[in-house]
Design a protein. Structure first.
Length: 288
């Protein structure tokens, strides 16, 4: 039957496409009730097909072929919720959104939107963005979430008196790694006009390379701590620029953070009217 047959490039492409489709189908249905139903139907159909083929049951074979058409329509009805969910996931894919002319929202934009919503509601927040140095030692003190980063979830976490509102949140890439985390706190920091969240953020920023975002519940202002320095009262545009760099691998950042968070003389003169620094080594914050 297959004598002299050799697969062409088109055959290889078709096999690859079928294998990919089956892989994602099994991955999507794995562990669901739909997978059990589909597996039962497939096993029953294979048994009947083999029996009609080897026993030469022609009449039953014809009935089975007609029945398979109605079975396909029945499966569309039975698996209607799963099909809707699959199409919804496909529509949220970043490549599909680009084809539709929509630019997918970046993690930095999501954090900025969540921080601004928290500030408008006067909800205090402490958010650490993990970079090269792992924050597992502090995430172990909180509650593991591993949830998709979203504005609604961040508001739910930091709304009192919910159990997770006290403490900090750790972000890893575009996911919320943990909440209700206890960050280190150095009470000997000589910084005026800041609360416990700002002190904890500054302390954490001196022990790792994380970028720590603070939302003040009293003033409704957003600040960022990095390498023991604090930038206060950031606008959405300034915050997004800082966070975009935070989500970029350190090898690709060059000297961005050194220019922004370093000593005052390293700050470009265009940014000096908009940035005020508070260092852990000084007693008072100086306007840059």
């Amino acid at each position: 039957m297959f004598e002299g047959w050799w697969p062409t490039l088109l055959d290889a492409v078709q096999i690859f496409l079928l294998a990919t489709a089956f892989y994602y189908l099994f991955r999507y249905l794995k562990g669901t009730r739909a997978a059990q139903i589909l597996l039962g139907i497939a096993v029953l159909f294979i048994i009947i097909f083999m029996a009609t083929t080897y026993l030469e049951l022609d009449v039953l074979g014809v009935v089975l072929r007609w029945f398979s058409i109605f079975l396909l329509l029945a499966l569309l009805v039975v698996f209607h919720p799963e099909l809707r969910r699959a199409l919804s996931i496909l529509g949220r894919n970043s490549y599909i959104q680009l084809l539709q002319g929509r630019i997918p929202e970046t993690p930095a934009e999501r954090v900025v939107r969540a921080a601004r919503s928290l500030a408008q509601r006067r909800l205090g927040a402490l958010i650490a963005v993990e970079r090269a140095v792992s924050l597992d030692r502090w995430s172990e003190t909180g509650v593991d979430l591993d949830a998709i980063l979203s504005e609604e979830l961040m508001i739910s976490i930091f709304t009192p008196p919910l159990p997770l509102h006290d403490g900090g949140v750790i972000l890893r890439k575009d996911r919320i790694r943990a909440a209700h985390c206890i960050f280190p706190l150095d009470n000997e920091l000589s910084i005026g006009g800041v609360g416990t969240r700002h002190r904890a953020a500054l302390t954490l920023s001196t022990e790792c390379d994380a970028v720590v975002l603070i939302v003040s519940e009293e003033r409704g202002q957003i600040s960022v701590a990095r390498d023991g320095y604090l930038i206060r009262n950031l606008s959405d545009r300034q915050l997004e620029r800082l966070l975009r760099a935070a989500f970029v691998p350190e090898s690709e950042q060059k000297n961005f953070f050194k220019a922004v968070f370093g000593p005052q003389f390293k700050v470009p003169w265009l940014l000096r009217p908009f940035i005020s620094f508070t260092s852990t080594n000084t007693k008072e914050s100086a306007d840059a």
